[in-house]
Design a protein. Structure first.
Length: 320
């Protein structure tokens, strides 16, 4: 019997989508145009809409309706559950709806996985200006400093080389996993809301199946510009508070993530500099830390929703 790395790869794309039909169409077209294309594409449509359903039908993607939007974790799980019955699928490409994989990205990721025999492979993510947006945390401590000096794709290869490097965790906008990883590690947690469930699952993957990243695989991450700046600013505060609570939780409660504690002060300072050094903002940040680090509650729990709602209401009252 062939092992997962010896089988001819057959990939299913699992996309978490939420009201971004233009970006979703762009992504599905990019996948289809690849030198290696997914055998099947599953779109988990949070707060399911008829327009997204019709788009999936037209594009040849398989529509997986999700009644309400509870973040990427539940959406990816819904797509995974739809894909798992196809036992011919050997790999799952997990995606946000706003990434744009270059034509050779999936082929490179499969090649890196075969060569390294890792359970997961991550690229580096770049913004619309070609600047580094998201990256895995290297297991090699020296590379952790090097990756934070990277600015663009060229400097990434110069600083990190082309050889696959093991990661501790990875941002989940674009990762490929072997099928057996989900058999070993289970599914994505659904109590983070967003900005954390990808890190937590990649940590489990790194511990149980091994995860690597390749600096010469560059994937653009291109979210749409905000339609309503006011609403976008309020939403950003809620997401930032969720990130703080989830990072606090992971730093103190997730196995093999204690090194995240050294990053917490910087993230909390960034929040205060962004939102303003006001007593109310300090209370919200302190609540996020207390709930995550001390009480062990990620941001998708009712307590996290209360912190986000309070912070967003405060911002709307203060600024608008």
């Amino acid at each position: 019997m062939k092992t997962p790395t010896e089988q001819k790869p057959r990939v299913a794309a699992l996309i978490a989508a939420y009201r971004r039909d233009a970006e979703l169409e762009r992504l599905v077209r990019a996948l289809a145009a690849g030198t290696v294309a997914p055998a099947r594409t599953f779109v988990a449509d949070s707060a399911a809409s008829g327009a997204t359903r019709d788009l999936c039908t037209r594009m040849g993607a398989e529509w997986v309706p999700v009644a309400i939007n509870r973040g990427p974790g539940p959406a990816w799980n819904a797509a995974l559950e739809a894909a798992l019955p196809d036992t011919s699928i050997t790999h799952f490409l997990v995606l946000d709806d706003d990434v744009v994989p270059p034509p050779d990205a999936l082929e490179k990721m499969i090649s890196v996985m075969a060569a390294s025999r890792a359970g997961a492979v991550a690229p580096l993510l770049f913004d619309e200006n070609g600047k580094l947006w998201g990256f895995p945390e290297p297991r090699d401590v020296a590379l952790r400093a090097a990756i934070r000096r990277v600015t663009d794709a060229e400097s990434a290869v110069a600083a990190l080389g082309r050889e696959p490097q093991p990661f501790c965790w990875a941002t989940g906008a674009c990762l490929i996993y072997r099928r057996d990883i989900f058999e070993k590690c289970g599914k994505f947690r659904e109590d983070f809301w967003m900005l954390g469930e990808d890190l937590e699952f990649s940590m489990r993957t790194a511990a149980q199946g091994g995860g690597v990243f390749a600096a010469d695989i560059a994937v653009p991450h291109l979210p749409p510009p905000p339609g309503d700046p006011r609403a976008a600013a309020v939403a950003h505060r809620g997401k930032f508070l969720a990130l703080l609570q989830n990072l606090s939780y992971l730093a103190f409660h997730a196995p093999q993530s204690a090194h995240l504690r050294s990053y917490l002060p910087g993230n909390f300072r960034r929040y205060m500099r962004t939102e303003g050094w006001k007593p109310g903002n300090l209370r919200d940040a302190a609540s996020a830390f207390w709930l995550g680090a001390v009480r062990g509650q990620p941001a998708g729990t009712p307590s996290g929703a209360k912190v986000r709602e309070r912070g967003q209401k405060r911002m709307a009252a203060d600024r608008f």
